[in-house]
Design a protein around this ligand. Structure first.
Ligand code: MN
Length: 726
């Protein structure tokens, strides 16, 4: 195990002014905290954080990162707490350890391989500081190096996750060395056979062509020198994973795979890069389509280099990368290298070509120009990436990306429209929570559903995702249509009954062409909305049906004096065939006449209004006269109030009161004594002695209303009381 002074020595090599005391304290603290804990290999656990720190010293990172690496597993795996760390090492290191602890907890959630990109984003969103990711990558690298001690199932899962998430993340951050090692280790664990086969082939080729690599190195160095270019040329074989991937991608065998050698030409300046390229292309024929200039157009992760492939000695295809020393540092160490090199800072043309998602790297480079020391640079490299998004999990581990401010309702619709439509509650991280809670990164959300639900229309303005909004609108519309369809069916069933004809969907289907509708549903909805009259439907189904005025439902008697009777008279008795009306919350598009509506106990009638459904009037309402000539619009309805769940209905009364002090108070007192609600009072002085008072009440039923009226009549200040039927 690495000793205390060894760790300090490693850091001192690249940072002579390191805070030795800090590193020593971190070392001792973590050693005490982990105590005798062992790893799967049987080694002391404490060796692991030290190795992680060592990997980061290779990237020449600052003291805070190294200390955080030493401490990274203490909060999650030992008795140590974040408060203790904050106190002992300050808030900066505390924040780093906190970030690492949060990410470690995410590891406990099962993940689906296809979610790699989203998971990477989640990591970036959770890690506020780029150093958290650097430590996490080093942690994963050391775990991969020691993976052989894990049981096979776990090994496979960790290796897959490394390929899906961590290796690409290292690549995105520009740490190619680490990306390659992660890939090789993962490949080795996932497909040991393929890994062995390719490695064996590579060893054979190496044995044959060892001289070739040396030859090309020497030859190229000499040719460049002749043109006055000082260059460092190094050749190497590609690694098994990159060869395997190329074989997969191009579906070729190892024998067919020609370019397994890569050479790197490192020069002093950008100008020399292009001159070196000229030397290469004039010495050997280039392979068309393989030339790429990442110096004029760098990759998103700020990678710069010239790539080309030539047919070298022995007809062996050779891949070349040409770049400066600084570019090489960036290629090897990525974002970490920016702490040490300040090259290519102000290149505006690049901004345009960068994808929006990875602009943070651009920003970190900008910050580099402002910060003076490596420490300052890293400290300011806050990841603002994906801060406009939150990432949550389903209980099965599916990752759902949502805009910030999203609620569990948005989440439900993102999972599936049906889940959203039937959502009635939710659990966040195992606890019941309101559906309007703002979701946080890493939340596990379980939607509680109930069949046959319709989302409340009010949700539409509360959700933040377009998908949820559109789905809610569609579902509410469908629900309204369903209500009209239901009402239409009830109206038709009763109309056919009164006509003594049988009603069935099949018969209706046969009449669709005569009704000029495409579906039964269309007819039902049209009748419910009042756009089509039930009599027309009866005549369409039974063309021989002779027009008869409808009678009182139930007894089947056709009234002989129908011509002279007004509809209001016919509807005097409410038979069992009438459509039941539940009240204001009816699941039908039914509403009450706006002024002086009906209350339970009143005999009622419904009037169909096209596009609006049914309006309920008390049978004595004078407004009904307006519909006398439109008998098709009259609907037979009856009350169906639930005694267990009473509700109030609006009613209007008009009083004549004697003008004397306190008369209004007496009136309202009567109403209050009888448990009546007053919705509105309007007063108009008629003469010196009398005032007209119109009161809108909310009452339980007709009996309730009559009791109030009767009591008011007993008051001396009231000369007259009448109910108003609008
Ligand atoms: Mn660890």
């Amino acid at each position: 195990m690495m000793r205390q002074y060894e760790l300090v020595e490693r850091v001192k090599r690249y940072n002579p002014s390191t805070d030795e005391a800090l590193l020593n304290r971190a070392y001792v603290y973590a050693m005490m905290a982990h105590g005798n804990q062992k790893r799967a290999s049987g080694d002391l656990f404490f060796g692991h954080p030290l190795e992680v720190a060592a990997i980061l010293t290779d990237l020449k990172l600052d003291d805070a990162t190294i200390a955080a690496a030493v401490l990274h597993d203490t909060v999650e795996d030992t008795q140590a707490t974040l408060e203790e760390i904050n106190k002992a090492f300050g808030p900066q290191i505390g924040a780093l350890v906190d970030g690492l602890t949060k990410i470690k907890r995410l590891d406990l959630v099962s993940k689906q391989a296809a979610q790699g990109e989203n998971f990477r984003k989640l990591l970036l969103a959770i890690a506020d500081d780029v150093r958290v990711l650097l430590v996490k990558l080093a942690d994963r690298l050391h775990n991969m190096r020691t993976l052989q001690f894990m049981p096979p199932e776990k090994r496979k899962r960790i290796a897959e996750e490394t390929l899906d998430i961590y290796a690409p993340l290292a690549g995105r951050m520009g740490i190619q060395e680490m990306r390659e090692e992660l890939e090789e280790l993962a490949f080795q664990n996932l497909d040991a056979e393929a890994y062995e086969a390719i490695s064996r082939h590579l060893r054979e080729v190496t044995a044959k062509s060892e001289k070739l690599v040396e030859e090309i190195e020497r030859d190229l160095t000499a040719k460049l020198k002749a043109q006055g270019i000082q260059a460092m040329v190094t050749g190497r074989q590609k690694r098994p994973y990159s060869i395997w991937r190329k074989m997969e991608r191009k579906s070729v065998s190892f024998e067919q795979l020609s370019d397994i050698f890569g050479f790197r030409v490192i020069v002093g300046t950008v100008d020399e890069c292009y001159r070196a390229l000229g030397v290469v292309h004039t010495s050997w024929p280039m392979v068309p389509g393989r030339y790429k200039d990442y110096i004029s157009t760098p990759k998103q992760n700020d990678y710069k280099s010239i790539h080309t492939t030539v047919i070298g000695p022995g007809s062996q295809r050779v891949e070349l990368q040409i770049r400066t020393i600084a570019m090489d540092e960036v290629a090897e160490y990525g974002i970490a290298a920016h702490a040490l090199y300040k090259e290519g800072v102000n290149d505006n043309s690049r901004l345009a070509t960068e994808s929006r998602a990875y602009q943070w790297l651009r920003r970190t480079i900008d910050l580099l120009a402002e910060g003076d020391t490596p420490e300052e640079f890293l400290e300011h490299t806050k990841l603002e990436l994906f801060h406009d998004q939150v990432f949550c999990f389903t209980p099965k581990g599916r990752l759902i990306a949502l805009p910030r401010g999203a609620t569990p309702i948005d989440f439900a619709y993102a999972v599936h429209t049906d889940v959203g439509n039937t959502a009635v509650g939710c659990k966040i991280n195992g606890r019941m929570a309101p559906l309007l809670t703002e979701l946080q990164n890493g939340d596990e959300v379980e939607i509680v559903r109930a069949a046959g639900q319709t989302p409340p229309a009010a949700w539409e303005s509360l959700v933040v995702t377009g998908k949820a909004r559109a789905s809610i609108r569609r579902a509410t519309r469908a629900a309204v249509r369903q209500q009209y369809t239901g009402l239409g069916r009830q109206i038709l069933e009763r109309a056919f009954e009164r006509a003594h004809r049988t009603f069935s969907d099949e018969k209706l289907k046969g009449a669709l062409p005569r009704l000029a509708r495409i579906s039964i549903e269309d007819v039902l909805a049209a009748v419910g909305r009042g756009e089509m009259f039930s009599g027309d439907v009866v005549r369409a189904v039974y063309p021989d049906y002779k027009e008869e005025r409808r009678g009182v439902g139930g007894d089947g008697a056709v009234q002989s004096e129908k011509k002279s009777s007004t509809p209001a008279k016919e509807f005097g008795e409410q038979g069992a065939n009438a459509i039941p009306i539940r009240g204001l919350n009816a699941d039908m598009p039914v509403r009450f006449a706006p002024e002086g509506g009906a209350v339970p106990g009143d005999r009622i009638v419904g009037i169909l209004t096209p596009g609006e459904g049914v309006t309920i009037y008390p049978i004595q309402s004078p407004s009904l006269a307006a519909f006398d000539n439109e008998p098709d619009r009259w609907i037979d309805v009856r009350w169906d109030v639930e005694p267990d769940d009473p509700q109030r209905f609006p009613a209007r009364i008009k009083l004549q009161s004697i003008n004397e002090p306190g008369s209004l108070a007496q009136i309202t007192q009567v109403i209050a004594d009888h448990d009546g609600n007053i919705d509105n009072v309007a007063m108009k002085r008629r003469t010196q002695d009398f005032t007209d008072v119109t009161i809108d009440l909310a009452v339980w039923d007709l009996k309730h209303l009559n009791a109030i009226i009767a009591e008011l009549r007993t008051k001396p200040v009231v000369s007259r009381v009448d109910r108003v039927n609008g």
